[in-house]
Design a protein around this ligand. Structure first.
Ligand SMILES: Cc1cc2nc3c(=O)[nH]c(=O)nc-3n(C[C@H](O)[C@H](O)[C@H](O)COP(=O)(O)OP(=O)(O)OC[C@H]3O[C@@H](n4cnc5c(N)ncnc54)[C@H](O)[C@@H]3O)c2cc1C
Ligand code: SF4
Ligand code: SF4
Length: 1009
């Protein structure tokens, strides 16, 4: 155990609460969160900082916020507005009452087609707004990379800018009015000057004060405010003497809302935003220009922009390589490359006339030819292909953050903007600065407007702070030389507010202080940002402050792959297990979460079903990773098994959505197993947990006595007793035990030694749905394969051990895994496929088995283990599958993928196999987790959340399917959820094939042709 170290100052509990929590609870309808875990979850954003808030309010309405302003005003407690918390500069961390308006204040309030404006609450997410606007043929075009989670309130707070800012400008160019609440709780509307004359006295007084400051500083504004489009530092004082390359208003008049844009919540709280929308371009084309060097890419950007593109975005070599390392991105990026370029520019043209945007693409290729880069452009006109490539570009930063080790790319000069004429030289000189300080950076993003993203790799636990300052000083000197903006996209926050005076000079810095004093004389709105900032390198504000420690943990799983260090210059990663993590890599795995908020997804993909239902930070992958990180660094005491973590993990359904979709690879399902292991060691298991874990042990008996075991589903008093004693919901029917479980009489005659393929029959299939295993034998047999069924050497049924893993009983799971490995060793030795039916069971061979200390045998088994549809699809692709299938009475199948199928990218083969059935159209439900997740949905405490998860998309899609549609789901629990929630029978894909078999001419044991 490490010697206890003094906790960082920023984590001291608030001493000036003054009954704040109590008073808030009495006054508001929303959630008031003052426990240490909740506060810890709001102590970070996507920056390097961490400051414990006083407490958190999740308001149910504006009135809650008003009440909070009043109470906080009386007690002198500062307030901090927060959207998705995806800010990179520390804007949303502070010792304040944090107000998270994403859960309830997220409505689109009004759309005016004539005026082309939309009115929204601050918690509306950009993608949600654009989905809402699409039917009207318009969109809100400030397309930030974080569009799936960034809120309009946060975007206005940061004056955010999208990839297409060259065509549409930044937030400030697209906000028409802001209905705000001032620090004293009064409402005020800010908009065009002409509309302000009729406003209330407090607003008029503010406007008069602001105008006086603006007039006073007119010359200074012209002198000091950079004349670039991308300038988001300080307050937009140039509303009084416009300097932006793109005017803020059409006629040059003042719009007072623009002063609030980019003010980072330091002036007022935004209640509503009136936004200008733009027509959706009907046609887009994309040219990917491949460059032999980064310098050339930057040099040619200024020529490319003369063609009038809507975006010119850079992706450099490192980013290309990192993207290729991601299985989802690799084919997309490969399709955009010609040879091995050092950099590519994504050049987009958009407009109403298809011919015109295609011609622009042609002009681009001609221009590059003329510039000496022959055949360097990949032309993309297909919308889906363009979207896939944009998705890779949008994921750029996240891809970069997947770097393991303590050195991470750090955001502090990541968005300096320089005029295009200097872009190439700027990149070259800054690269030299990085080299001088023993690091390197990866370049990407908005070349069109001279805002390149670059993050030098620094170790913020060691010498990162010193290097950060040194690099910042040298970078700022270069930016000044080129008359650029030091903050061109991400704002000031904690990392750059110190540089506001440097950028704008002492006189304008004083003017900013005057503006702040007009709005917020007591300094209660997000203090320390823009005005009166702390030093950027004040390490007490860091996520890893001096004295940071990690608790030693004897882990059950192997986390050594995370326990590494990396050398940014040599690009070398040390051997697994050498990273110096006292928690054996478990802590470093949790620290992979950089808080970017990508898991706050609401539509596509799987991640994160529990958050989609509750919208609570504690039920988000990020919230869980933060809770775990805090626990492992001793914030909840000296044990890794903190109750706070258990609570946060309670609704995690281990769907592995994050494993695939979190850009830095946070794998919460695996962390839950490890945590559960630590927990049960310290606290034991509940009776229900033990019973379910041991299911493989007692299943044979339950099957033999199925008439007795199934009484629970018939006698309601037994169900109620089960709920009281075991916590299994009486509202749920449990799976029926089958007397005709899969057994010796089903065994084919082939043995592993002479079979073509081995079938692994898992516990659930064996005892609950043996017809699926029988169908598998029939289908494989009909296709001519000799099939053996895997059996343990002791003759007992095999089990993958999943139920034990769920309970954290890793030792028991390991002994089951060893039996599997031993039983299947001959198949592995012969190199034949081992197929399974239940995704969560079979795929554990390719996942958890590899981190259970089972050595190379487990790796070899993983190479052979596949779902039956993967096997059939592979055989089909190799031209070896001869499966006699006929059309079914049904012409449509609706397929719901098990989460683990999606996590392991097995949906393709599943669809391919279904499509073998003649005339069968296959639709895949765009669904997250079904919500049943093993025993989760059967538990009384979870049944409502479980059904709510299913109602997000799965159950409505099933209900909407007509009665003749086949509902297909490979997961046992998914099928039960569908039966319970939509009263429809879903079947395993293998049974669809079985139904479609033409004849059973070949027997299961006949030789494979
Ligand atoms: C991977 C990644 C990519 C990014 N890409 C881009 C990009 O392409 N372009 C870009 O501009 N930014 C980008 N960002 C930064 C960030 O995502 C954006 O600034 C985003 O708009 C912030 O939205 P949010 O809802 O997370 O706001 P938050 O981070 O929660 O808040 C932002 C600021 O607004 C203030 N605020 C929030 N709500 C209110 C309110 N109701 N009233 C007053 N003030 C309020 C907050 O106090 C804070 O100062 C990126 C960040 C990450 C991690
Ligand atoms: S868990 Fe992953 S997706 Fe979520 S914030 Fe952390 S790094 Fe981003
Ligand atoms: S495993 Fe699923 S439920 Fe758990 S955190 Fe990841 S995405 Fe969310």
């Amino acid at each position: 155990m490490n010697a206890p170290v003094e906790q960082p100052l920023t984590f001291h509990p608030p001493s000036h609460d003054g009954g704040l929590a109590r008073r808030l609870r009495a006054a508001v309808r929303g959630d008031v969160l003052f426990d240490r875990a909740s506060r810890g979850r709001y102590a970070t954003d996507a920056s390097i900082y961490q400051v414990m808030p006083v407490g958190v309010l999740v308001p149910a309405s504006d009135d809650d916020v008003r009440a909070a302003f009043e109470i906080c005003g009386e007690l002198g407690v500062p307030m901090l507005a927060r959207g998705a918390g995806s800010s990179q500069c520390g804007q949303t961390v502070g010792a304040c009452l944090v107000v998270d308006h994403t859960k309830h204040l997220n409505r689109v309030l009004d759309y005016d087609a004539h005026a082309q404006t939309v009115v929204v609450e601050p918690g509306v997410v950009l993608d949600a707004l654009n989905a809402w606007l699409r039917p009207h043929g318009v969109w809100f075009p400030v397309d930030v990379s974080t569009s799936a989670q960034a809120t309009l309130g946060g975007m206005a707070g940061n004056n955010s800018c999208g990839s297409r800012s060259i065509a549409y400008g930044n937030m400030v160019h697209n906000v028409e009015a802001i209905d705000a609440m001032l620090a004293d709780g009064t409402d005020a509307r800010f908009g065009p000057e002409s509309a302000m004359a009729a406003s209330a006295p407090r607003e008029r007084q503010l406007v008069a004060g602001l105008r006086a400051i603006g007039e006073r500083e007119r010359d200074e504004i012209a002198e000091k405010v950079p004349r670039v489009l991308r300038r988001v530092g300080g307050y937009n004082i140039d509303v009084f003497n416009p300097q932006s390359e793109r005017p803020y208003t059409r006629d040059g008049s003042v719009n007072y809302a623009h002063l609030l844009v980019g003010s980072e919540g330091t002036l007022a709280w935004t209640r509503r935003l009136t936004l200008a929308v733009a027509p959706l371009p009907r046609h887009r084309t994309l040219g990917v220009v491949n460059f032999p060097s980064l310098y050339r890419a930057m040099e040619y950007t200024r020529y490319i922009v003369t063609l009038g593109p809507t975006a010119v975005e850079l992706v450099d070599r490192t980013m290309i390589d990192l993207a290729r390392g991601n299985p989802a991105f690799r084919p997309v990026i490969d399709g955009a490359l010609i040879g091995e370029p050092e950099a590519v520019l994504l050049v987009e043209f958009a407009g109403e006339d298809e011919g015109a945007v295609r011609r622009k693409l042609h002009d681009l290729a001609t221009m590059l030819n003329d510039l000496g880069l022959r055949d360097s452009v990949v032309k993309m006109t297909d919308a889906a292909a363009q979207k896939s490539l944009w998705d890779v570009r949008k994921a750029g930063l996240n891809i970069m953050m997947s770097m393991k080790g303590d050195g991470k790319p750090v955001s502090f000069i990541e968005d300096c903007a320089v005029p295009l004429a200097h872009l190439a030289d700027y990149v070259e000189r800054l690269t030299q600065v990085f080299e001088k300080h023993g690091t390197r950076g990866t370049w990407y993003a908005h070349a069109s407007v001279g805002t390149l993203h670059v993050r030098p790799i620094l170790d913020m636990r060691r010498d990162g702070a010193q290097k950060m300052r040194a690099i910042a000083e040298e970078a700022s000197a270069i930016v000044r030389e080129y008359k650029g903006a030091y903050s061109g996209e991400h704002g000031d926050g904690l990392v750059r507010s110190e540089w506001v005076a440097w950028q704008f000079g002492p006189r304008l810095a004083r003017a900013f202080a005057d503006i702040k004093a007009l709005f917020d004389p007591r300094g209660l709105m997000n203090p320390g940002k823009i005005v009166d900032p702390p030093r950027m390198d004040d390490r007490t504000l860091f996520r890893y402050p001096p004295g940071h420690r990690t608790l030693p943990v004897a882990t059950a799983l192997d986390w050594s792959a995370w326990n590494v260090q990396s050398d940014p210059v040599a690009d070398v990663v040390t051997a697994p297990g050498t990273g110096g993590d006292p928690a054996n890599g478990f802590a470093k795995a949790a620290e992979m979460c950089n808080n970017n908020g990508h898991c706050r997804k609401f539509d596509a993909g799987t991640m994160c079903p529990s958050f989609r239902v509750t919208r609570d930070e504690m039920h988000l992958t990020r919230g869980r990773a933060n809770t775990l990180r805090l626990a492992l660094s001793g914030h909840f005491g000296d044990a890794a098994s903190a109750a706070e973590v258990r609570e946060s993990l309670d609704l995690c359904v281990s769907c592995k959505g994050c494993k695939r979709e979190c850009p830095t690879g946070v794998d919460m399902a695996r962390m839950k197993i490890e945590f559960q292991h630590q927990w049960q060691k310290a606290h034991g298991l509940t009776r229900r947990e033990r019973l379910i874990a041991d299911l493989p042990r007692w299943a044979p008996w339950a099957s033999r006595l199925s008439w007795l075991a199934n009484l629970r589903n018939r006698w309601s008093w037994l169900a109620r007793l089960g709920e009281r004693e075991l916590g299994l919901s009486a509202r749920r029917k449990l799976p029926d035990w089958r007397f005709d479980a899969f057994g010796s009489r089903d065994m084919p005659t082939a043995t592993i030694e002479d079979a073509d393929v081995v079938l692994f029959v898992d516990t659930f299939t064996r005892y609950f749905e043996p017809e699926n295993a029988r169908a598998a034998l029939r289908v494989l047999g009909a296709a001519g394969y000799r099939v053996a069924v895997a059996q343990a050497r002791d003759g007992e049924a095999l089990c993958c051990g999943r139920t034990y893993l769920t309970a954290g009983l890793v030792d028991e799971a390991r002994s089951h895994a060893r039996r599997m490995i031993a039983a299947l060793a001959p198949a592995v030795a012969r190199g034949i496929a081992i197929v399974g039916l239940e995704p969560s069971c079979l795929l554990s061979l390719r996942d958890e088995y590899l981190v259970m200390g089972l050595g190379d045998d487990a790796k070899r088994l993983a190479e052979r283990g596949m779902l039956i549809e993967e096997f059939l699809a592979r055989e089909q692709a190799l031209g070896r599958l001869a499966l006699p299938l006929r059309a079914l009475p049904q012409s449509r199948a609706l397929l719901h993928g098990h989460c683990h199928q999606k996590a392991f990218d097995v949906m393709g083969p599943t669809v391919a196999v279904l499509r073998l059935v003649p005339n069968l159209a296959v639709d895949v439900v765009e669904s997250s987790c079904c919500g049943m997740a093993g025993s989760f949905g059967y538990e009384a405490a979870h049944v409502d959340v479980s059904l709510a998860m299913a109602e997000l998309s799965l159950l409505p899609a099933v209900r909407n399917a007509d009665a003749s549609t086949l509902i297909v789901a490979d997961g046992t629990s998914c099928r039960h959820q569908i039966a319970d929630g939509a009263a429809r029978e879903a079947i395993h894909v293998i049974r669809v094939l079985e139904r479609a078999l033409v004849t059973e001419a070949r027997t299961p044991d006949s030789p494979h042709a």
